[in-house]
Write a protein that binds this ligand. Structure first.
Ligand code: ZN
Ligand code: ZN
Length: 153
């Protein structure tokens, strides 16, 4: 079988990245892994995974419908994890700042995660101001090319 790179742009193959989480064969061990796999679930339009990994206190009645709308309207192009706050992991709290790029823009967000009985869940996200991606910076799509020679063309 051909090696397929994971859609979360980790540079790893799907089998060694988000694939097993989405298939229910493994459980993310860190907020960062969960964050990446949730991005992958958006990419693959897997609403079951997104709902299952949302903290029960934050689930909404119309989640499935809202997700379907997002799936229809968004084509995801790449994910960049900017930083993680792992200082309270032992207390079951973590956060991940990331930028998720889609056709037409990007989402810059800091997501909050909690651990319940050994499983990480996504609670909510705080929107952050849009990022300015430098022309000479490596492109967010992990192509290893400069932004101006890649998606910044
Ligand atoms: Zn991945
Ligand atoms: Zn690019």
């Amino acid at each position: 079988m051909a090696e397929k790179f994971c859609c979360c742009n980790s540079g790893r193959t799907e089998d060694t990245c988000c694939g097993p989480y989405l298939a229910g064969q493994a459980i993310p061990k860190t907020p960062k892994q969960l964050m990446r796999s949730r991005y992958a679930a958006f990419f693959h339009k897997n609403s079951d995974y997104l709902i299952a990994t949302r903290d029960p206190d934050f689930r909404e009645v119309n989640d499935r419908q809202a997700l379907a709308t997002t799936f229809d309207n968004t084509r995801w192009l790449g994910l960049v994890v900017i930083q993680t706050d792992d200082s309270q992991l032992e207390q079951g709290i973590g956060s991940v700042e990331f930028a998720a790029f889609y056709d037409g823009g990007h989402l810059h967000e800091k997501s909050l995660f909690v651990n319940r009985e050994g499983r990480w869940y996504y609670c909510e996200g705080q929107m952050l101001p849009p990022l300015v991606w430098g022309r000479n910076q490596l492109c967010w799509c992990n192509s290893q090319k400069k932004y101006k020679k890649c998606h910044g063309k």
